[in-house]
Design a protein around this ligand. Structure first.
Ligand code: SF4
Length: 335
């Protein structure tokens, strides 16, 4: 690979992203966790606010759980931030608050997989560890004309070893960022800008006009669809919410919702639990798309006639909906 050309291109052309201006491992870690499954433009404002609120690992380790979730509300995939919180506590307890420096230690942090460990080791510590994300997979598949299905783990592992062989001959902190940047800005999924690419001369996909065929990614399974009746339960200037315990959106606050297509059926079922509600207004139908799931929510405002105080729903001041960390699926409901 034309490593020198690639690294020179990166140094002259890369976007001046706030988390690319530092080699501070705490910042690199936070940015890499935020960038998982999330676009750079979405992450940027969150990253700056997050660093202001939690400037170091001690602040993060001691953070109130709700404040932490509120600060990332909207980014989705909240499990990563629960793990981040656990990892911060581990760094404080087991590493005296100093970010771990070896690959094995970094990989031992909750929520840190091979990719994130590779990114931290190469970007923060300039150590030759592969960080194979979707961008790097695309660039390498095209550059080397590899037509293995990259949804299959053993093929990604093979590519990871190839990337590992390349990075040992490169400047790790530049190479990792250059490959990510090239994939994001030049070797894009559609219409790659090959004429601006530093790797064009030896790129197999360019030579054989295969850019649109690579990487090979088999179709994902169809998303499961669920219909909910969602209830904005009011009791004068108070509202009932619950804090999710399910893995998806765990610890985020939600309006109570029930897998059903019938409001009457839901009200009838709740009555059996000593919860009596009276419909006030139909607030509309909402849809929220997750990676593997689509929620269709038929939303009603209802008034409390009788509430079983032993239920999982808790009463909050109406205004607290604005301040509590809420799942975006419900944040967008207009009351
Ligand atoms: S030449 Fe085109 S296809 Fe090849 S790596 Fe560069 S942008 Fe991607």
């Amino acid at each position: 690979m034309d490593i020198n050309k690639l690294e020179t291109w990166y140094q002259e052309n890369h976007r001046k992203l706030v988390f690319r201006k530092t080699k501070e491992p705490y910042y690199i870690w936070v940015s890499e966790i935020m960038l998982q499954q999330t676009q750079v433009d979405t992450v940027l404002p969150f990253f700056s606010r997050f660093i202001e609120t939690f400037p170091d690992v001690f602040t993060l380790a001691n953070a109130d759980e709700d404040l932490l979730h509120k600060s990332v509300e909207g980014l989705g995939y909240y499990r990563r931030f629960r793990y981040m919180h656990l990892a911060a506590k581990k760094i404080v307890e087991e590493f005296n608050g100093i970010f771990p420096k070896t690959y094995k230690e970094v990989l031992s942090l909750p929520g840190v997989g091979k990719y994130t460990a590779g990114a931290i080791m190469s970007i923060a510590y300039n150590q030759p560890y592969s960080a194979l994300d979707g961008n790097v997979i695309r660039v390498l598949s095209r550059y080397l004309n590899i037509d293995d299905d990259m949804r299959i783990e053993k093929h990604r592992k093979k590519l990871d070893l190839i990337n590992q062989d390349i990075i040992v001959n490169a400047t790790p902190y530049i190479y990792t960022q250059a490959m990510m940047e090239l994939g994001a800005t030049i070797c894009k999924p559609k219409n790659p800008l090959c004429d601006a690419c530093p790797l064009q001369v030896h790129c197999q996909a360019f030579a054989n006009d295969l850019q649109s065929k690579l990487p090979v990614l088999s179709k994902l399974k169809k998303q499961k669809e669920i219909n909910y009746i969602t209830l904005v339960i009011r009791d004068k200037d108070q509202i009932y919410l619950y804090k999710r315990t399910e893995e998806l959106l765990k610890n985020m606050y939600m309006y109570p919702q029930f897998e059903s297509e019938s409001l009457q059926q839901v009200l009838f079922d709740l009555e059996a639990q000593n919860i009596i509600l009276e419909p006030v207004e139909h607030l509309g139908q909402y849809k929220h798309v997750f990676t593997h799931l689509i929620w269709y929510m038929d939303v009603y405002e209802v008034r409390v006639i009788q509430m079983n105080e032993q239920s999982i729903y808790e009463k909050y001041p109406y205004q607290s909906v604005k301040t509590l960390p809420m799942a975006i699926a419900h944040r967008k409901i207009k009351r």
